[in-house]
Every structure is written in structure tokens, then in C-alpha cells.
Design a protein. Sequence first.
Length: 112
Amino acid sequence: MSDLAITGPIGIRKHILEKVCNVSEGHEHNYDHTTIVVRGSVKVTYKYQKDGEMVEGETKEFLQGETIFIKADVWHTIKALEDNTIYMCVFSHRDFDGLVTQKYIGNQGAYN
């Protein structure tokens, strides 16, 4: 489950993984963002494009209170290591050209 909040110049997407081993399926974004582990702990697995193919990257574990920097265009999967894990993704608003803007202008596609 996830919820999107628009807070001033940023967006915050809250994710809840109710059971250990629940996963936020692999995905990527066209922007850098920070993820904060609010409760529980997670394992993040990264994949990268190399020569037109997706290759396995590193896997790291993060505990409650830790932040995760996820670079643009990096495929990532987030897995709960504890029941009732909560994490929040924090990112800047984007305009229709993909540039950072100080307020939300309705460009929902920028957050995919």
C-alpha cells in the first residue's frame, strides 16, 4: 500500500509492507530520490542497465531511521525484513519537462 502526500515543494510517498518478505516490486524512476525507513527494516536490491541488459547490482539492508539514496534510472526492489515495515520516499516536484519545480503542477507522470 502507498499514499502520496504533496507537502510544499516535495512529494512524499508512504509505503506499508505488512508482513515480513512483502515486496515493493522492482521499478525505477527518472529522478533521484531519498527513502527513509520509518519502522522496521528493509532489504534493497539494485539492478542496472549495462550494454542494453539488466544486470544484478548490490543488495543492502537498512534499519529504522536510516535513509536510502536511490539514483535515477536504477531498478530497485524493497523487501520487508520485519512485519509492519513502513518507509517513505521523498522527492522534488517535477514539471512537464522533468525539471525540479517548487510546487506541484499536476504532472502525475513525473512520479512514475
